[in-house]
Design a protein around this ligand. Structure first.
Ligand code: NAD
Length: 338
């Protein structure tokens, strides 16, 4: 069996999930990792890498010294594209964390990598069983056409989450706030169900941590997907992480995904309800779910087989472009108060 040699750059929070998944993935060998904080790289090496693996203080040194097939990019947002470029220039495939880009210039640079190496973006919620169920139900036709949608992300983030990271909360390193960091997954699900979208109107605000962060903690947008209107609201100013809600109002029923629970209210009054979370043991934070594993496995199998990967650069274009368009519209009309 062919095994792909891989490495992780950025050994903070989400890198642990990548390490855990790669450790259990037969077709991968985690041979190196890098972080500007050497103790983080060392800790990840010891916990998840092959015994002979090495830890590096920079991506440049890792790429100079190692022969790898796949680089996992788990660094702050602004570094995703430059690190993808560095890997691609050496023929190394890239599996990058979301968001794929923080601005239009980066989006153009990322698109230029298309065809050079395989690039996968970790929009893992596409692989959630609840989402797969709704996708199948819609494809089978029983709900009929989607007439409208709404999506709500109401989560809780306090000052230490921003301050301790050193990169969250700043426009030049995070690129934005609740939309680019937390709710981009939900925007991605809307594009999965509805396709290419455009912005009818958007606004953003900082309602909770005004003097601490320069990015938005609250954002709303009205979106149009070829005549289907979607209402989108995201905030990290709520008191807790409520389950994300995505609702699709269809001709013959209303499909609602709330966390991993799906309910379908059919037009005849009958109700279908299923909680997909009860079917599997979650081996990460519960709101991360198990879909990192599904998404990473799918990427490796696509690299090995040559099959297309759904979350490749063209596959995330609708989401990346809509996210940038929402920010452009919202920033034109409002500046967060400080
Ligand atoms: N897909 C998801 O659900 C999900 C969940 C959490 C985080 N993420 C994404 O993962 C990325 C990292 O988030 P996190 O929460 O792990 O952040 P983090 O701050 O915990 O980790 C980032 C790590 O990158 C390191 N780093 C910074 N600059 C570096 C450089 N130049 N070279 C090497 N290492 C460098 C930091 O020292 C830190 O250890 C973000 O883009 C975030 O949006 C995705």
């Amino acid at each position: 069996m062919k095994r792909l040699c891989c490495a992780i750059v950025g050994c903070g929070g989400i890198a642990q999930r990548h390490g855990q998944v790669l450790q259990g993935l037969e077709v991968a060998q985690l041979l190196a990792c890098a972080d500007i904080l050497p103790e983080r790289a060392q800790a990840l090496r010891e916990k998840y890498c092959e015994p002979s693996a090495r830890a590096y203080p920079s991506l440049e040194e890792l790429l100079d010294q190692e022969e790898i097939d796949v680089l996992h990019i788990c660094t702050p947002h602004y570094l995703h594209v430059p690190m993808a470029q560095a890997a691609a220039s050496r023929g190394v495939h890239v599996f990058m964390e979301k968001p794929p880009v923080i601005d239009l210039g980066q989006w153009e640079a990322l698109q230029a990598l298309q065809g050079q190496v395989r690039v996968g973006v970790c929009f893992q919620n596409r692989y959630n069983p609840s989402v797969a169920f709704c996708r199948k139900l819609l494809a089978e036709g029983k709900p009929g056409k989607i007439l409208g949608a709404r999506a709500f992300v109401t989560w809780h983030r306090e000052a230490p989450y921003y301050v301790e990271s050193g990169w969250r909360g700043f426009l030049d390193t995070e690129g934005g706030g609740v939309l680019i960091n937390q709710a981009v997954h939900t925007l991605d699900l809307l594009t999965q169900f509805l396709g290419h979208g455009r912005v009818l109107g958007a606004s953003l605000a900082n309602r909770h941590l005004q003097r601490l962060i320069e990015v938005e903690d609250t954002l709303e947008a009205t979106l149009d997907f070829s005549g289907v209107r979607a209402l989108f609201y995201a905030t990290t100013a709520y008191c807790q992480d409520a389950p994300v809600l995505v609702e699709l109002a269809c001709e013959h029923g209303v499909l609602r995904i709330e966390g991993e629970e799906v309910t379908v209210h059919w037009e005849d009054g009958s109700l279908y309800r299923k909680d997909f979370a009860q079917e599997e043991r979650i081996d990460g934070k519960d709101y991360w779910g198990n879909s990192h594993r599904r998404c990473i496995e799918a990427f490796y199998h696509s690299v090995l087989s040559g099959e297309p990967f759904p979350n490749d650069i063209p596959g995330v274009a609708d989401t990346a472009e809509l996210m940038l368009e929402v920010y452009a519209a919202a920033r034109k009309d409002c500046t967060p108060r400080s």
